[in-house]
Ligand binder design. Structure first.
Ligand SMILES: [Ca+2]
Ligand SMILES: [Ca+2]
Ligand SMILES: [Ca+2]
Length: 255
């Protein structure tokens, strides 16, 4: 009986060992618990890392989307602004073109008005001269002096009427002058230089209608320095300027 007690005592005596054994059991329990729980902790950690990575990726993706959206909006604004500027320039060009067209139309109307005014003025001048005995032909008015005078006096007569002795520029004008059917002074002379015939406006003679035997003042040493026209179409004659004849005045109308 005592032996059993001792054994028990031996067993019981080292309470510290017993306690040690008890602690060892707790440690073992904790270890087991940790081991039991460790896989769960590791999984939770991995899950947290995955979630964090997903959140970061989502944030980055969101930022990229935001940047992309911002870029698209900026491009849209720039395109819209550029398009608006082009439209503004087009409107300005169209307005300028319309203004030029209006200016051109107004200028054309003004030209037509001036042309009409010129035609009306020519008609009034022509009518006024016709009433005073002038005759119209191809842009000029003609009048024959009423008195026979020297070449110089005949010219002065014409100048007093804002005209001059006739200058014959064409065969048609020569025929028209011949229709007066009178020997008349014309505006042709070689008073300055013998043999060098010039018209009263200073232009040299280029197309002439001399009688086949004229001019004959120089060969016969006669002082015949002024030209007359007989009523025939080709019958000019040089004659003494002092001789008295009627003169033909010509007044060119404004073009
Ligand atoms: Ca003429
Ligand atoms: Ca002469
Ligand atoms: Ca002659």
């Amino acid at each position: 009986m005592d032996h059993l007690t001792d054994v028990y005592a031996n067993v019981e005596e080292p309470s510290g060992q017993k306690k040690s054994l008890s602690k060892s059991s707790e440690s073992v329990y904790e270890d087991v618990l940790i081991e039991t729980l460790e896989p769960n902790r590791t999984g939770a950690t991995l899950s947290g890392v995955k979630k964090s990575s997903c959140r970061a990726a989502a944030v980055v993706l969101g930022l990229l989307c935001l940047l992309l959206l911002t870029g698209l909006i900026t491009l849209g604004c720039l395109f819209s602004k550029g398009n608006s500027e082009r439209q503004t320039k087009m409107i300005q060009l169209q307005t300028s073109n319309n203004n030029l067209t209006n200016v051109q139309d107004n200028f054309q109307k003004r030209v037509e008005e001036l042309a009409k005014q010129r035609t009306d003025l020519q008609g009034k001048i022509r009518d006024q001269h016709t009433k005073q005995g002038w005759v119209y032909f191809n842009g000029s008015m003609y009048s024959i002096s009423s008195l026979a005078m020297s070449w110089l006096d005949s010219r002065a007569y014409c100048v007093q009427r804002f005209a001059d002795l006739v200058i014959i520029n064409s065969e048609e004008e020569q025929k028209f002058i011949s229709n007066f059917k009178k020997p008349v002074w014309i505006g042709l002379t070689d008073r300055e230089t013998e043999g060098r015939w010039k018209w009263v406006d200073g232009t040299p003679l280029t197309k002439s209608f001399w009688n086949p035997l004229e001019p004959n003042g120089q060969p016969f040493q006669r002082d015949e320095d002024c030209a007359e026209n007989y009523y025939l179409e080709k019958n000019w004659n040089d004659d003494k300027c002092e001789h008295k004849k009627m003169g033909i005045c010509e007044k060119m109308l404004p073009p």
